[in-house]
Design a protein. Structure first.
Length: 122
């Protein structure tokens, strides 16, 4: 059966399902980016811990390098890590919520398809 032959109720549910899946994919991609940056920050912080407090460190700011103390850089990294951790937790909660919505909509879609005598194939 072609999609145009689907009852309007089913078409609407399919559109909702596709929209939720697309939103899930976007949030999942953003989560991967945040987790990668968190991992990079952890690696940098581990490296800095091995350096003496008097080590000369430079931070790229646009097209220039700015000299910073180890303490300043560690503070900036901690702040960035805290912000990213909050974002990561928010994204994980959103994904949990979207997973629940997607599962509920899948059930509703199967019921609606069955009501119209349509067999769903996975």
């Amino acid at each position: 059966m072609s999609e145009k032959a689907l009852p309007p109720e089913v078409q609407q549910l399919v559109i909702q399902y596709q929209t939720l899946r697309e939103h899930y994919s976007r949030i999942e991609a953003e989560l991967r980016v945040v987790e990668a940056e968190l991992s990079e920050i952890d690696n940098i912080m581990d490296t800095l811990k091995g350096l003496g407090d008097d080590a000369e460190l430079y931070k790229a700011t646009g097209h220039i390098l700015v000299r910073k103390s180890k303490t300043e850089i560690m503070k900036e990294l901690e702040e960035r890590k805290e912000l990213l951790t909050i974002k990561r937790d928010k994204y994980k909660k959103q994904l949990d919520f979207l997973t629940k919505q997607i599962n509920e909509l899948e059930g509703k879609l199967r019921e609606t398809l069955a009501k119209h005598g349509i067999t769903a194939v996975r």
